[in-house]
Ligand binder design. Sequence first.
Ligand code: GLY
Ligand code: MN
Ligand code: MN
Length: 438
Amino acid sequence: MNAPEAIRPYAARRAQVLAAMGRGVAVLATAPERTRNRDTHHPFRFDSYFYYLTGFTEPGAVVVLIAGETPRALLFCREKDLEREIWDGYRHGPEAARTAFGFDEAYPIGQLDEMLPKLLADQPALYADIGGDAAWDARVIDWLNAVRAQVRTGITAPGELRDIRRILDDMRLVKDAHELDTMRRAAAISAGAHQRAMRATRPGRHEYEIEAELLHEFYRHGSRSPAYPCIVASGPNACVLHYVENDRCMQDGDLLLIDAGCELDGYASDITRTWPVGGRFTGPQRDIYELVLAAQAAAIDAIRAGQHWENPHEAAVGVLVRGLVDFGLCKGTPESVIESGDYRRFYMHRTGHWLGLDVHDAGDYKRDGAWRLLEPGMTLTVEPGCYIRPGEGVPEAFWNIGVRIEDDVVVTPTGCEVLTIATPKSVADVEALVGTGD
Ligand code: GLY
Ligand code: MN
Ligand code: MN
């Protein structure tokens, strides 16, 4: 393969998929454009599977892979249109896209309905991602039916409809060098954004002012979007797991929990830090913070190739539960609290998820009923937390303490590399930074 450097990873992935398919045709579209209101659209974000195989970021595109003795990769994309390009910007058009992105053939997207039934004729299997978008599913079925309608002419329709994600999910789960490089850069930008947010925090400011600091740092380093809506949650909001209103005025004595990460060149970062709005943890806040920090350290310690997916979660729960019992927040022995699940009043989510093109990335967590074994190159988050709402039996000093500490890691043969290591985390480092900005 003589593909230029920039397109080599995508061409290599297409070759890998074609080899895994054996024989058949795979069809995968990028994401549809979504209307926001009237003639205004939501910002376009390509489909992650499509991007993984193409690197092509324009809307209105479909990749077709034809596996067999002479494997071929086809791109269908928008035609050049000078009138539309004056309004909406540059389009490659099929010929330029074919060369720039290393496809064997490229065609106008308008030819897809006519060409697909011909490409599917006499193929044993059709690979698609049925279930993601109803309108796309209907088109795939239409092409299949168009081939079936010709059987009396001697043409055979694909006898099997297979999920292309079975192949792609396993590939996406283990990141290649190109992906890890992008993820390291995304993580570094987000680490800088959290530092900026720490410096900007002080009583009397609104959560959205801190959100603006995060977004400013993302954008000025080339990220065009957060990987998910920023959670900037102060005081009681820190106990709302998916809080996104971000409009409260922060007060001295509050904790501020920020879960925010940028997307860079398609790849997500995902960091949570928690710090005191006034710059100093109260005693109970510090106790819970140190507990979550210890739980995270135990989870990170449990990550290495060959360990199973659940080990870090079990390690984190073990530490958290001992602390909850020590603080009198859970009654019984640590073993009985784990057994009964009583700790879930304070820790109700899991300790991590795969991370990559999607913040909750592709890939199974179990295989044949057993937790997956970690492999070098898998990337995941480690994000234990503790959320204490006001309630019966909870001493008032702990009310509204919500703490989560989240880092992104890549599995290595002997442990893991923490991609988000530059984000301050110890009590001393956090307290030293909060409120030191303008
Ligand atoms: N920010 C989403 C998550 O942590 O899972
Ligand atoms: Mn996460
Ligand atoms: Mn997160």
